[in-house]
Design a binder for this molecule. Structure first.
Ligand SMILES: [Zn+2]
Length: 364
């Protein structure tokens, strides 16, 4: 593994401070060992036992870790009215109680705390607002999905059948000329078939990449034209976004897309009505590799996916990034991902093997 010397965390931190917003409170599933850390400490911060961390990371000696090493930290199970919060610098149990409008006894009891001493980076269970969509980081993914699924049974999916040890790999936001061809090379080398959710405005000038996907047995699906948040668009605009990309794919491949992944997984009820009527199935994901994150390197992407993977998992990765976004870690993670999944007994299959859906419109 090549070690790259960069400090994305520091840059990200600076950006957050400049923007005047608090650090994100997303509970990470991986932890990079810092100088001076011990497994005991790391376990304590994350509400885990040293034994479970040693076991999950296959540590030969529970006390032997090295700075820079990535540890998978199992997230403690949370109840429906709880969520995980990462303690920020200078916070105390009482400031956290205030922040989440709860009291010390709730925090002590739910977190099994024997003392009120807490640590920066520690995971705490805090009350989760009953109303969805009010999460601290503005990410409302998932909250209206149950309603969409109920509205159109069998037309909205997050994962496939759990009956078989199969998973599907999906790559969003391509095609590009940098990462997508490298991903295609690796898929070909390992004989793996994937699904590419294409962003229409990426296609011009890269038609050959789409042709290559189809020719090499991958599925191409629709990821809108310009990647807007559909919940901020009118139904007409949603339909136009999808139709534009479908038209481009049809011109290249002769087939019209029938699977859609809306950008950010966001969809309106009315938009879905129209798209289902037009023959579409909406397919989101159950495992987010977070491969786009600037602070995620290949080993973290891999650890994060393998920790979340279950039979029927739909794994979200990216085949292209925004300008300046480096997806080298995604590409680097793939060979190990293929071999590890295989070693765990998983078969990587196209989406259409995992779900009762067709990739393309009938007769197209
Ligand atoms: Zn996307």
């Amino acid at each position: 593994m090549i070690i790259r010397f960069r400090s994305p965390l520091r840059i990200a931190l600076a950006l957050f401070l400049l923007a005047g917003v608090p650090l994100p409170t997303v509970a990470s599933r991986t932890y990079r060992v810092q100088p001076g850390d011990t497994v005991f400490q790391i376990a304590r911060w994350h509400g885990a036992s040293p034994e479970s961390i040693a076991r999950d990371n296959r540590l030969t000696r529970a006390d032997y870790i090295v700075p820079g090493q990535v540890l998978f930290i199992p997230e403690p199970a949370t109840l429906a009215d709880e969520k995980l919060y990462t303690v920020q610098n200078n916070e105390s149990l009482s400031t956290i109680a205030q922040k989440f409008q709860t009291d010390l006894s709730w925090l002590r009891q739910r977190n099994g705390l024997s003392a009120d001493q807490i640590y920066t980076g520690q995971w705490l269970k805090v009350p989760s607002p009953a109303q969805p969509g009010t999460g601290g980081n503005g990410k409302a993914y998932v909250w209206n999905l149950p309603a969409l699924m109920a509205r159109h049974p069998g037309k909205v999916f997050l994962q496939g059948t759990t009956q078989r040890k199969q998973v599907a790999l999906t790559f969003d936001d391509g095609p590009d000329l940098e990462y997508t061809p490298q991903i295609l090379d690796l898929l070909a080398q390992y004989g793996v078939k994937a699904t590419f959710f294409l962003k229409g405005d990426m296609i011009a000038g890269r038609e050959w990449v789409v042709t290559r996907m189809v020719r090499e047995g991958h599925l191409v699906a629709n990821h809108s034209y310009s990647h807007p948040d559909f919940r901020k668009l009118t139904t007409e605009q949603i339909v136009t976004e999808v139709a534009k990309t479908a038209g481009l794919v049809k011109r290249i491949s002769g087939r019209e897309t029938a699977i859609l992944r809306p950008p950010y997984g966001e969809m309106t009820a009315e938009g879905l009505d129209r798209l289902v009527a037009a023959g579409y199935t909406m397919v989101n994901w159950s495992v987010d590799s977070k491969d786009w994150r600037a602070d995620h390197q290949a080993d973290q992407i891999l650890a994060s996916i393998l920790a979340q993977v279950k039979p029927g998992a739909i794994i979200l990765m990216h085949a292209a990034g925004g300008s300046g976004q480096d997806l080298t870690p995604t590409v680097k993670a793939l060979p190990a991902l293929f071999t590890k999944l295989q070693a765990m007994g998983y078969k990587i299959v196209p989406l259409t093997d995992l779900l009762p859906v067709a990739a393309y419109q009938p007769g197209a």
